[in-house]
Design a protein around this ligand. Structure first.
Ligand code: GLP
Length: 243
């Protein structure tokens, strides 16, 4: 779907999430959302907050699993994705804190594998992710699954590629401050979601969107989405300009 105004695209995605939440409430079931960080989904979160404040949308039956977190990173650090999610969504809605899940970037190396396995288990114990929201990195990453990630990868510690670290320079005030590693849901974790919504805005995403919609390859991990039966891709005219 190509939108002239990214606000309209964000409002559409927020409404899709709200519809899921309401339909699950009607049957007394949890709604399980996979969430993303970065500039891209901010408009969706803004609209969800509006729906909560103006239209009484409740998040009490919602469980969330975020895609990724930098490593090493304290959850309380200003730059953590844990802080991002609080600031841009969780502290403005009525979601119970214990329903929100983000991998922990503050663990020692030796505890990471176990933590990642538990994260996967928590998702499957809740019946899997109903809708997974995704942005895309200019490297073709989804979550932090960089080029070379395999289709059967699960939640794990990864090394960030140069393009990704360079794109984070402005956030971290210098390349030397950008973490070298991250913990991310795997490609398989993402593809196991019942529904996926990928969003990309602006010119700087046009090249990678063209590649994503080309051949399926580990060099462009987002292209694995083409193997999923229920994916929606939300673009503006700039990000769609080469598609
Ligand atoms: C980050 C995140 C991704 C995100 C991507 C794009 O590194 N790990 O989940 O989709 O990069 O970021 P932005 O939305 O700011 O362009």
């Amino acid at each position: 779907k190509i939108y002239e105004e990214k606000d309209h695209g964000s409002a559409y995605v927020a409404q899709r999430l709200a519809d899921l939440i309401i339909s699950k409430q009607k049957i007394g079931a949890p709604a399980v959302l996979g969430l993303a960080t970065g500039a891209t989904p901010k408009g969706v979160y803004k609209e969800l907050i509006r729906l909560h404040k103006d239209e009484g949308l409740s998040f009490r039956n919602v469980f969330t699993f975020n895609l990724d977190e930098y490593y090493p990173m304290l959850p309380t650090n200003e730059m953590s994705y844990a802080t991002f999610m609080k600031k841009h969504l969780f502290e403005h809605i009525d979601i119970p804190a214990e329903n929100t899940n983000i991998v922990d970037g503050s663990l020692s190396h030796h505890d990471i594998d176990n933590h990642c396995n538990l994260y996967e288990k928590k998702i499957s114990d809740l019946g899997g992710i109903d809708i997974q929201l995704l942005g895309i990195g200019r490297s073709g990453h989804i979550g932090f699954n960089e080029p070379g990630s395999t289709a059967n990868s699960v939640t794990r510690l990864v090394t960030l590629c140069d393009t990704t670290r360079k794109d984070a320079i402005s956030d971290f005030d210098g390349l030397e401050n950008v973490p070298v590693q991250a913990i991310t849901m795997g490609v398989k974790t993402i593809l196991d979601a019942k529904e996926i919504i990928l969003i990309a805005w602006g010119n700087k995403k046009s090249d990678i969107m063209q590649k994503t919609l080309g051949e399926i390859s580990a060099e462009v991990p987002a292209s694995y989405l083409l193997t999923h039966p229920n994916v929606e891709i939300i673009l503006d005219q700039d990000s769609a300009s080469l598609c």
